[in-house]
Design a protein around this ligand. Sequence first.
Ligand code: ATP
Length: 240
Amino acid sequence: MTAVLETKDLSSGYHGHPFVRDLNITVEAGEVVALLGPNGAGKTTTLLAVSGELRALSGEVHFLGNKRVDPLHKRAADGLAFVTEERSVFMQMTTAENFRVGRVDADECLAIFPELRKLMNRPAGLLSGGEQQMVTLARAITRKPKLLLIDELSLGLAPLVVKRLLQVVRSAAKDNGIGVLLVEQKVESALAVADRVYVLRDGKVALQGPSDEVKTRVRELEESYLSARPARHPRIERDL
Ligand code: ATP
């Protein structure tokens, strides 16, 4: 079976300097793969490189079996979706309008998140952070992407909301055969829904394996977090 995503010795970074190095990451259809690691380990950089927002400095990104060097909008046209921590809803528009301009079917979105039904006429700016992420996620899932990249869906959200969002991601992967690469700070929440895990430390894969196996290697996992060096550079505007 062809992997939805396969990186081959991928290195990428900023201003011509690699930060993530020698990454060999695969995601199969229907699989949720978590990308974990401490702050500054390179998780977002990896997603940016996979999406085409950042160039590969060496190595390759294969999407649906084809090597890709093109930008995000081209990969998106072939079924790559990228959901980031920044909630990408139009704040002045209602929930219903957000679905309409996103060209997705509102009923399909409501089938995923029935709790949005009573909020269809409310401006998205007045929804809670969790509800805004539901709108974002519903739009992404109903477009039936082949590969869904998720960067920190849970930032600033209550544990129950995070659980709900991640369970939806899990079901969407299984039911629609979507391959998911999930960056998540909440390790336990991620391990609860992921099939497999990669743990990054200082830009390299420090630990990988099926979630069940990684769960039993908590000590190693903790060491990956504790021994990580602090982020070396202040976060500056991305050099895309
Ligand atoms: P976090 O969990 O804190 O979001 P992360 O694992 O996602 O961290 P990245 O955001 O990928 O880590 O950052 C990896 C390294 O790249 C860090 O040292 C960071 O400071 C650096 N970095 C990120 N963006 C840029 C940029 N635009 N220019 C230069 N360095 C950057």
